[in-house]
Design a protein around this ligand. Structure first.
Ligand code: PMP
Length: 401
């Protein structure tokens, strides 16, 4: 397990190195599939039209000032964020059982949640999937939690190791925290089905484990904000406790604005308000209060039905482009008769495909085809375009034959 954790950390650190090597390459055919951000067909970063519109409104509003926000951030933003992840009609919200604090994107939300748990929760062990996003072990370790892994990915099927997952969570001590990717698991692109989620929920509840959802890709995975939040909503519907860290980096393209939220769903309203007081004590000495601009953009979009609508259309367009890249790559490999089963490319979900290519094959593709990716074989589908798919398919074909 140590080795697996080390490898996932390595993979993440390599993203930086991958980009450095890519920048040095002078080939006109070079292709960077290491980036963890959306790119257009032309390979450019994208600012959503609705975000530009919201920013224009904010700039033109002369009543707006730059005063500090409160410790927990923008109140509207917090309410709207809770509704977005839990559902507008969530009974937990109606019962005032949810406390939401604005944090610094997904990472900051995870860290605040982890610091809170390390201080106040009785069980200090968190189980994270193997593999997982390379920052997870560091975030939780540094917050003072002890990190263990549960089986998640099966290299043989390039799918979920569901039995392994159930066994490992079943063997976890009662009360342990479990980190779950709400959708579009990074780096594997492998998510449980709804039936599997239901079994995971039953196991977690029966063992009184505490679910902590990382939701970095809501709407970005399937194109539907509701579908991508189903896992979280299933756990909230049973009346039990859970935490959810939300990021607006991917789904609103607000990467550098660092806007996100941590929601803690409690069993009773008085607990939620005590939890909020404690969250303030965590946040105050860390960064006093969060930044105002990004949260104001999100709040402006979420509270205006017309802008919300426009956002969902633009969000779906990003998700659809990624789905289309999956389809095109799969078809290009089929057309070449590339040996092996490549159906995982269209089965996996979200920004990344865990190709199953090994580090030698990756090195070969970089050397011979100027294609850059992490050595674990993870490619960012968002970095591809219709123009570059044939080049990638040629490279994969050559690497495996
Ligand atoms: N969780 C996962 C699984 C991620 O992939 C990411 C982004 N790479 C994040 C959280 C956090 O991103 P950010 O802090 O930019 O919102």
């Amino acid at each position: 397990l140590e080795l697996a954790r080390w490898r996932s950390r390595q993979a993440e650190e390599l993203v930086g190195e991958v980009t450095v090597a890519y920048n040095k390459d002078t080939s006109p055919n070079k292709l960077n599939l290491g980036v963890g951000a959306y790119r257009t067909e032309e390979g450019k970063p994208l600012v959503l039209n609705v975000v530009r519109r919201a920013e224009q409104i904010l700039v033109n509003d002369e009543s707006r000032v730059k005063e500090y926000l409160g410790i927990t951030g923008l109140a509207d933003f917090n309410k709207l964020s809770a509704k977005l992840i839990l559902g507008a009609d969530s009974p937990a919200i109606q019962d005032n059982r949810v406390t939401t604090v604005q944090c610094l994107s997904g990472t900051g939300s995870l860290r605040v949640g982890a610091e809170f748990l390390a201080r106040h929760y009785h069980e200090k062990t968190i189980y994270i999937p193997n593999p997982t996003w390379g920052n997870h072990p560091k975030i939780f370790n540094l917050a003072g939690l002890s990190v263990k892994t549960y089986r998640y990915y099966d290299p043989a099927t390039k799918g979920l190791d569901f039995q392994g997952l159930l066994e490992d969570l079943g063997a976890a001590p009662s009360g342990a925290i479990v980190l779950l990717h709400a959708c579009a698991h990074n780096p594997t692109g492998v998510d449980p089905t709804l039936e599997q989620w239901e079994q995971i929920r039953q196991l977690i509840r029966s063992k009184q484990l505490l679910p902590f959802f990382d939701s970095a890709y809501q709407g970005f995975a399937s194109g539907s904000l509701d579908a991508d939040a189903e896992s979280v909503r299933m756990f909230v519907a049973d009346g039990g406790e859970c935490l959810a860290a939300q990021s607006y980096a991917k789904n609103m393209g607000l990467y550098g604005e660092r806007v996100g939220a941590l929601s803690i769903v409690c069993k009773a309203a008085d607990v939620a308000s005590r939890v909020e007081s404690q969250l303030k004590l965590v946040i105050r000495p860390m960064y006093s209060n969060p930044p105002i601009h990004g949260a104001s953009i999100v709040a402006a979009i979420l509270k205006d039905s017309e802008m919300y609508q426009e956002w969902t259309v633009e969000l779906k367009a990003m998700a659809d482009r990624i789905l289309s890249m999956r389809q095109q790559l799969f078809e290009a490999l089929s057309a070449r008769g590339t040996p092996g089963d490549w159906s995982h490319i269209i089965k996996q979900i979200g920004m990344f495909t865990f190709t199953g290519l090994n580090s030698e094959q990756v090195a070969f593709m970089t050397k011979e085809y100027h294609i850059y990716m992490t050595s674990d074989g993870r490619i960012s589908m968002a970095g591809l375009s219709s123009r570059t798919v044939p080049h990638l398919a040629d490279a994969i074909h050559a690497a495996v034959t």
